[in-house]
Ligand binder design. Structure first.
Ligand SMILES: Nc1nc2c(ncn2[C@@H]2O[C@H](COP(=O)(O)OP(=O)(O)OP(=O)(O)O)[C@@H](O)[C@H]2O)c(=O)[nH]1
Ligand SMILES: [Mg+2]
Length: 227
């Protein structure tokens, strides 16, 4: 195999049905690092059968999985992409290319629903509030906390992110902003996921996400007031 230019971290918790779509659509030079987060279905077998590198992370939580993937990455650029087929890996160059070109340090894919089923109304409303808080915290023109994203691997490691649950993507944005990274959002299509919803379709998942993210934003505002 040629040395990958881009490692794509794919946190994976029971995504056996979605993985074939995701893993057959990686651009040349992109390697999938599927981080199995204790799946009880055939995700690991399916990932291996499609040639992915599989990393195991026993601790639950999106951030645990994302962090394990980042630690395992060796390519100079690391991208993140969900493994539920809501995002098309063929769109990864949209977030990767500006980083490779040295124009930006962190590129986030703003999710543009391909149909109304991709994003239920309550998620759109919650997302709008989160985007408002992110703009207030950073001053950046952000409309989404896009999970598809790309940055330099060594720079990401240096951020030393601590969140191991749903706050990981937000912590990445806030720390990168604090460190003066050039950050921008580009539009990426967002389709209905394949398989059962874990976060947005469940009350527990939604509450965990709100709890983790608002905790980060509140702590940040408090730190600003006292500094
Ligand atoms: N929620 C969640 N996702 C995980 C975990 N570990 C890995 N993942 C993977 O992280 C990616 C994003 O999680 P999703 O469940 O799609 O979260 P979401 O997009 O907010 O919500 P739904 O698609 O509605 O479930 C998927 O590829 C999951 O399989 C975990 O502990 N919790
Ligand atoms: Mg999803």
């Amino acid at each position: 195999m040629t040395i990958p230019r881009v490692d794509v971290v794919m946190p994976c918790l029971n995504e056996e049905k979605a993985l074939p779509f995701v893993l057959t659509r990686l651009p040349d030079g992109y390697r999938a690092i599927v981080v199995d987060n204790g799946s009880t279905d055939r995700s690991v077998e399916v990932a291996l059968a499609h040639g992915a590198t599989v990393v195991h992370e026993g601790r639950r939580g999106f951030g645990s999985a994302a962090n394990a993937g980042l630690q395992a990455a060796t390519a100079p650029i690391v991208a993140f992409c969900d493994a539920d087929a809501s995002m098309d890996p063929r769109d990864l160059p949209l977030v990767v290319d500006p980083v490779v070109a040295g124009e930006l340090d962190l590129v986030l894919g703003r999710r543009r629903p391909t149909n109304t089923a991709a994003w239920p109304l309550h998620v759109r409303i919650a997302n709008r509030s989160l985007a408002f808080l992110m703009r207030r915290a950073t001053g950046l023109e952000l409309r989404d906390l896009g999970p598809m994203r790309a940055a330099d691997r060594d720079a990401l490691l240096a951020l030393d992110l601590q969140d191991r649950r749903s706050g990981y993507p937000l912590e990445m944005l806030l720390r990168a902003h604090d460190d003066g990274w050039r950050i921008r959002e580009v539009e990426t299509p967002y389709a209905p996921r394949v398989g059962r919803s874990k976060v947005t379709g469940t009350i527990r998942g939604t509450l965990t996400a709100i709890h983790d993210m608002s905790g980060l934003l509140i702590a940040r505002n408090r730190a600003r007031r006292t500094s």
